[in-house]
Write a protein that binds this ligand. Structure first.
Ligand code: PLP
Length: 361
């Protein structure tokens, strides 16, 4: 028997975008604008900062193992019981816990091409079969996904809005889909960009459905600006949560993350600033892309994906933008080699990107 199992040897890991420091070193640039990882460009909520400062003096102690205060606050905000709430090391950490808790070796998962790669990596790390349906007009094809359900299907992963396309599936598409999903199949509804999408009239907020086989995932990494402390949360039937609680790392999430999240939830001003910046930034990018004749996908998130005629064109533009000090995300590793994802930045960052894009085009 080999030391490393074959399915791990074969696994291609998710590669995050280059860091600002890395690029400064490599290219000897002084100004770099990073629009590559869908982070919050505003910064960190002042209330969350304060809470983390306060919590620093307690880190000689282990965190609350059941993240009691945070789960209580989330339960109150979303009008569910604490037993319906789960928290983890980012939604990514929760996806990992779901994989460990519910999957058997001969079961299958369904996801889409052109969707969030972390899910694939986690599923493959369990050595199970992962089925991927094609996107349809850059949107998840829920009908095709439902058609691929077999007696072995255990998990279906839906990111809504989807990363990296920024698109959504609608209320009626979801309602048609869920009718076709047997109750023995767990649906992960990853709503990492919920705050940016929930005002859209056709967006299905999964919390309105309260289905026993659906787990909703959300995160403090995006709208709440806490990507670096790793804190995500999920809602589901209490039986699912009770079993997840048995399997999660005992002291996940960490103390700073728990405290920061409780405070960030109370910082309505920060959230409003974030959403405002995103609205105007998105419109700025739409206008720019129209002006320079670049095709873009309508986005329900904090990024906009642009479409080119070929992978070659994408690579050239990406390299040229890098040399100009702008980091964006080419989407080959997400299965969309002719696309680039641009995170929405601060107005001056968007302006810098616009100047450089015009130059390199
Ligand atoms: C669809 C989706 N889900 C989950 C995540 C990860 O979020 P977290 O930072 O909470 O792990 C991301 C981050 O980019 C995402 O795009």
């Amino acid at each position: 028997m080999p030391l490393v199992p074959q399915h791990i040897k074969d696994l291609r890991p998710y590669k995050p975008g280059k860091s600002i420091e890395e690029l400064k070193r490599e290219l000897g640039l002084s100004k770099i604008v990073k629009l590559a990882s869908n982070e919050n460009p505003i910064g960190v909520s002042p209330l969350a900062l304060q809470a983390m400062h306060k919590a620093l003096t307690t880190v000689n102690r282990y965190p609350s193992p059941d993240a009691y205060e945070l789960r209580r606050a989330l339960a109150a905000k979303y009008d569910v019981k604490i037993e319906n709430v789960f928290t983890g090391n980012g939604s990514e950490g929760i996806i990992a816990a779901i994989m460990r808790t519910f999957l058997l070796d001969d079961e299958e998962a369904i996801t889409s091409h052109g969707s969030f790669v972390t899910f694939d990596v986690q599923a493959q790390s369990r050595g199970i079969k992962v089925i991927r349906t094609p996107l349809k007009d850059y949107r998840l094809d829920l009908q095709a996904m439902a058609e691929r359900i077999t007696p072995k299907t255990k998990i279906i992963y839906l990111a809504n809005p989807n990363n990296p396309t920024g698109t959504i599936f609608t209320v009626s598409e979801f309602q048609n889909f869920i009718k076709k999903v047997p109750e023995r199949v767990l649906v992960i509804l990853d709503e990492a960009y919920f705050e940016f999408a929930h005002d859209a009239p056709t967006y299905p907020d999964s919390m309105q459905y309260r289905l026993d086989n659906v787990i909703t995932l959300r995160t403090f990494s995006k709208a709440y600006g806490l990507a670096g402390v790793r804190i995500g949360y999920g809602f589901a039937h209490e039986e699912l949560i009770a079993n997840l609680m048995k399997i999660k790392l005992t002291f996940e999430p960490n103390t700073l993350a728990q405290m920061a999240a409780v405070a960030a939830m109370e910082d309505a001003d920060f959230l409003e600033q974030t959403l405002h910046n995103n609205r105007i930034g998105k419109q700025f990018l739409y206008d720019l892309f129209k002006k320079v004749g670049v095709q873009y996908l309508e986005s329900y998130t904090n990024f906009v994906t642009i479409v080119f005629e070929s992978e070659k064109r994408v690579n050239t533009l990406f390299e040229k933008l890098l040399k100009e000090g702008v980091i964006v995300r080419p989407l080959k590793s997400f299965g969309l080699p002719n696309c680039i994802r641009v995170s929405i930045g601060l107005p001056e960052e968007n302006e810098f990107f616009a100047q450089k894009l015009k130059k390199v085009l």
